[in-house]
Write a new protein. Sequence first.
Length: 269
Amino acid sequence: MQTPVLEIEDLKTYFRVSNGTNKALDGISLTIREGETLGIVGRSGSGKSVLARSIMGLVRDPGYIAGGHIRFRGQELVGIDEQKLNALRGKDIALIVSSPRSRLNPLLTVGTQLENVVLSREGISRKAAHDRAVQLLTSVSIADPKRVASLLPQELSGGMCQRVVIAMALSHSPRLLLADEPTAGLDVTVQRQVLELMLKLVRDTGSALLLMTRDLGIVAHYCERVAVLMDGHIVEEQPVRNFFKHPQHPHSAYLLQVAFASHGESEVG
């Protein structure tokens, strides 16, 4: 059996609100192993993004982790020293979000930003970092990477920006890749290319991918297991094939019904 990359046990992430406490995550337990892709599905507000931020240690006041455990390759992350967590972020654990432009500095070229990411973890020269940046752009199937490296983010399409962000995330071959709606707003062709890039990392390095999405079609094609998140709770977890044939929870059945209706289908094939 593969080694667990991420173990989440009874995780509770709460937010202080004016009339009390919002229990955004209330007792989440999950395990993902090397070489595995786990899909987290749920409607907007179900807690997917909070889960990603909790794993990355990016929950800020008025939010807080009220209890539970997050273990990365056996190392407890809840309550870990910020310096030690910073050493893991970006290198061993990477996050891809649905708004790539928000992760890119509009005043710096794409190449410079990639170089800075490389230099933050590797003791190499600026010239070597530039060469590495061009290699990274090539690895995410960007045509004419040297030219693209000289461009500002606003000169790129949304799909190109997402590829750049993925290149940044993959720059240090992370053992755990968190993808929070990574293809939102992209056309179908670019969606497929972006997802294939992330799966290639999993195949090539034996890392793990936690893919958070509302799109059950993506889960069907790219995930091995699926967990359904509803109001801060995991209400079902199954292998993908079993989930689509025999959903166990009413909310899962509802999500499937909506997905099939949007594609003009009435039942699982």
